[in-house]
Design a protein around this ligand. Structure first.
Ligand code: V47
Ligand code: SF4
Length: 361
C-alpha cells in the first residue's frame, strides 16, 4: 500500500490497533492523500466487518415538520400555520407506515419537529399503535433532541420519559440532532437546540436503560477540522462508557433553502475523507454508515472502500434532506443495494435494526 510518508506514524498505530489522538485526527483531515487515508480506514473496516456490507429494508416516517427550534441549517421545519406545515394524526402515521413500494420493512425510522402543542401521550399512542399493527417491525424513534423536548412536556425527566416510551414499544433512538458539539459552532448553527452535552447525556441515559442508538455528525458547513475531531472523540469517550452506539453516520450538509444557502454543497473528496477519518477515530464503533440519501448512491458505494460497511436502507420517503435540495431518489430497492454492493466485490448482508441477519442474499 502506497501512502504519503507523513501518514507513516498513523499507519503504524492503525496496524497495531492503537487508538488515534486528537492530533492524528487533524493530520488525517489535513492530509492531501485521500487514497492513503482511505486505505488505512479500509484496514479497520475489514478488521471489524470483513467483506460484509450491510443494508436494511426500512421506512422513514416524519410525523410533523412543525418545530419550535427552527435550526438555521434546517429546511424541513416550519412554524405552525406557515405554508407547507403539516402534523399527522395517528391514522395518517399508520397509513404512512403501511404504504410504499417495499411491503415488509424491518424498521421504522421515526423523527420529526418539536411540535409545540403535541402532548406526551400522543407519542406513546403512536408507538403503541405501530407496535400493535406491525409487531415485527423495530421502532427506531425520536432523536435525543426530541427526547429532551418530551422530557419537558411530560415532566417525567429524561429517564422517566425513556422508560415510558420503551414500555410503549420504543426499540432504539436514531442518531440525528448531534450536529457539531463544539458550543461556539453549534450556537451559530442552531442556537435553540439542546447543547452537545445534553445530547450526550440523553444518549448515556438511554444506553443505561438498554435502549441502543446511533450517532451522527453534520459536516460540510461552517465547522473546522478541529470541530470534527472533537465531535468524534466525544462520541468515542461515551462509547467507551456505554457501548450503546450501534453505528455512526456522517451527514453531508445540504445548503439549499437554509440560512446557509450561500455555501457550496459538500464534495466527493470531503465525503470520502470524513467517512475514512470517522472509521479511523471511532475505534470502538462496530459500524460506519454511508447514507445514500445524502451522499448519492455512487459516493455511498465507493464509501464501502473508505471505511463504511453499511449503506443504510430503502427509506421510501425522505423529507429532511430533500427539503434542503437533495437530488437523490426517495427509495432504493433491495435489489439495487445488492447490485451496488456486489459491484464493489463486497458481500451484501441484509440486516435488521440491531445488525442481525434478516435474509440470505
Ligand atoms: O437530525 C437537518 C440533519 C438529521 C439538514 O440514526 C441535515 O441511523 C443535511 O439523523 N443537510 C436527520 N443534514 C437524518 C439522520 C439520520 C439519517 C440516516 C440514518 C440515521 C440513523 C440518522 O439530518 C437531522 C439533522 O442532523 N439535517 N438538516 C441539512 N440541510
Ligand atoms: Fe427542528 Fe430538527 Fe429541523 Fe432543528 S433540525 S429545526 S430540531 S426539525
Amino acid at each position: 500500500m502506497l501512502i504519503h510518508p507523513s501518514l507513516e506514524p498513523i499507519r503504524e498505530k492503525v496496524e497495531k490497533g492503537e487508538r488515534l489522538s486528537f492530533q492524528d485526527g487533524l493530520d488525517l483531515f489535513r492530509s492531501p492523500d485521500l487514497l492513503g487515508v482511505g486505505a488505512l480506514a479500509n484496514i479497520v473496516r475489514e478488521r471489524k466487518n470483513g467483506n460484509r456490507a450491510y443494508f436494511i429494508v426500512n421506512r422513514h416516517i416524519n410525523p410533523t415538520n412543525i418545530c419550535k427550534n427552527r435550526c438555521r441549517f434546517c429546511a424541513f421545519s416550519k412554524n405552525a400555520g406557515e405554508e407547507g406545515a403539516y402534523a399527522m394524526d395517528l391514522e395518517a402515521v399508520l397509513k404512512s407506515a403501511a404504504t410504499g413500494p417495499n411491503a415488509g420493512p424491518s424498521e421504522f425510522h421515526i423523527v420529526g419537529g418539536l411540535h409545540p402543542e403535541w402532548p406526551f401521550h400522543f407519542y406513546e399512542e403512536m408507538l403503541r399503535a405501530l407496535r400493535d399493527r406491525f409487531p415485527n417491525v423495530h421502532l427506531k424513534a425520536f432523536t435525543a433532541v426530541e427526547i429532551a423536548h418530551l422530557a419537558e412536556v411530560s415532566g417525567l425527566g429524561i429517564e422517566g420519559t425513556l422508560l415510558r416510551l420503551k414500555e410503549a414499544g420504543l426499540g432504539s433512538l436514531p442518531g440525528g440532532g448531534a450536529e457539531i458539539f463544539n458550543p461556539a459552532t453549534r450556537n451559530k448553527l442552531c442556537p435553540e437546540k439542546i447543547t452537545g452535552g445534553k445530547w450526550l447525556e440523553v444518549m448515556e441515559t438511554a444506553h443505561g436503560l438498554g435502549i441502543p442508538s446511533t450517532a451522527t455528525m453534520l459536516y460540510g458547513h461552517i465547522e473546522s477540522a478541529e470541530d470534527r475531531v472533537d465531535h468524534l472523540i466525544r462520541l468515542r469517550e461515551l462509547q467507551d462508557r456505554t457501548n450503546g452506539f450501534l453505528s455512526f453516520i456522517p451527514l453531508a450538509f445540504h445548503p439549499k433553502n437554509t440560512d446557509f444557502h450561500c455555501l457550496s454543497a459538500s464534495t466527493g473528496q470531503l465525503d470520502l475523507k470524513v467517512m475514512a477519518v470517522s472509521r479511523l477515530m471511532l475505534d470502538n464503533f462496530a459500524h460506519i454508515k454511508a447514507y445514500w440519501i445524502m451522499l448519492g448512491p455512487k459516493i455511498s458505494q465507493i464509501s464501502l472502500m473508505f471505511g463504511a460497511d453499511d449503506m443504510d436502507g430503502t427509506v421510501v420517503e425522505e423529507k429532511i434532506t430533500h427539503a434542503a435540495g437533495a437530488e437523490t431518489a426517495q427509495f432504493t430497492a433491495r435489489e439495487t443495494f445488492i447490485n451496488l454492493i456486489s459491484g464493489t466485490g463486497r458481500d451484501p448482508y441484509e440486516r435488521d435494526a440491531l445488525y442481525r441477519r434478516m435474509d440470505k442474499v
